[in-house]
Write a protein that binds this ligand. Sequence first.
Ligand code: NAD
Length: 256
Amino acid sequence: MDYSLQQKIQEAVPLLQKSAFTTAFTGAGISVESGIPPFRGEEGLWNKYDPKYLEIGFFLSQPEEAWRVIKQIFFDFFGTASPNQAHLTLAGMERRGMLHRIITQNIDNLHQEAGSTNVFEFHGNSKKLVCLACYEEFPYGMISLDTLPPRCPHCQGLLKPDFVFFGEAIPQEPMMKAYDAAGRSDVFLIIGSTGEVMPANQIPPLARQHGAKIIEINPEESNYTQHVTDIYLKGKAGEVMKKLGEALFAPSLEDN
Ligand code: NAD
């Protein structure tokens, strides 16, 4: 392993061990090693699909066309992904009392599938559908997508995936909880986020203003790296989190 990465992991470990309240803030990058591409960048979904399909106005006016693309991306493709070492290590940290909140911008449900329970979804979740007429929610496995757009089994209203479309507001509850976690954190771990998506990108600087030490994992520098981050662990989320987990969970001599 890169010597400087090893050294930086050694700096991060005691901070995480001493922290009374630790939050992880995750973006699309954490799920790349699970086979889900980010939206932006060379391999990004926006090079393949038009983002208009995720605009709420387009969805409401042409639900069948929007649903055809949404089904392809979020159900046929995302639906087969499973958690990687980064999701699993975060779940292991939570089990050991080393991680208190996950604030995720992702909609792929992979933190929950890895076993994490304290997950606040800033942008909702693609594995749930909501009826736009009666607001009843359904797990996506309950609803057939053979005929599009899918309709509510109770009132025949239009069903929409329960994630935040362009043009929709962020749900109040996860937003308040995210701000609360940022204010309480001693250590704040940013994984795989460019820092370009508003208003989620305001959360890490807020954590820093409240005195949190910021540890960042990303193969590329982000908007946070130069001015917000204290310890930058350059690399892929799964690989770096595996090393961090090994260092954090290793039994110390005192345990023997
Ligand atoms: P983003 O801010 O989520 O950026 C992706 C970041 O991931 C980049 O900084 C990139 O350098 C980094 N990255 C790439 N490979 C990585 C790896 N192996 N390990 C760690 N980091 C890696 O930007 P976006 O992709 O444009 O997403 C926009 C919004 O859409 C965000 O809210 C995002 O969470 C959401 N989104 C969610 C999913 C998902 O649910 N998996 C997928 C795409 C986008």
